[in-house]
Design a protein. Structure first.
Length: 116
């Protein structure tokens, strides 16, 4: 089993930056792909970015491509989401996700609010 705890959210002005962290505990963190999702009020949860277990492959939603960067440090059991040039439409609760075959694990989420 994997436990995930996100941090780093907050209030930022448009054009600003934040870095989210997701600390994982439990076995086999470095064997699984990890991802970030977000959910705005009144909307479905949507994919933001994902990274392979080795960190060698990444994929992004079109809406964040070129502004967000996902990375991981397997020695620290942590995955990061660097968010630059934030826009008001990026306001949401951001969730960390661990891709375990047959199941998956979610963190509790961290709020990101971007003011215009």
């Amino acid at each position: 089993q994997v436990q995930l705890v996100e941090s780093g959210g907050g209030l930022v002005q448009a054009g600003g930056s934040l870095r989210l962290s997701c600390a994982a505990s439990g076995r086999l963190f470095d064997m699984h792909a990890m991802g970030w999702f977000r959910q705005a009020i009144g909307k479905e949860r949507e994919f933001v970015a994902a990274i392979s277990w080795s960190g060698g492959d990444t994929v992004y939603a079109d809406s964040v491509k070129g502004r967000f960067t996902i990375s991981r440090d397997n020695a620290k059991n942590t995955v990061y989401l660097q968010m630059n040039n934030l826009k008001p439409e990026d306001t949401a609760v951001y969730y960390c996700y661990c891709y375990v075959p047959g199941t998956g694990y979610w963190g509790q989420g961290t709020q990101v609010t971007v003011s215009s």
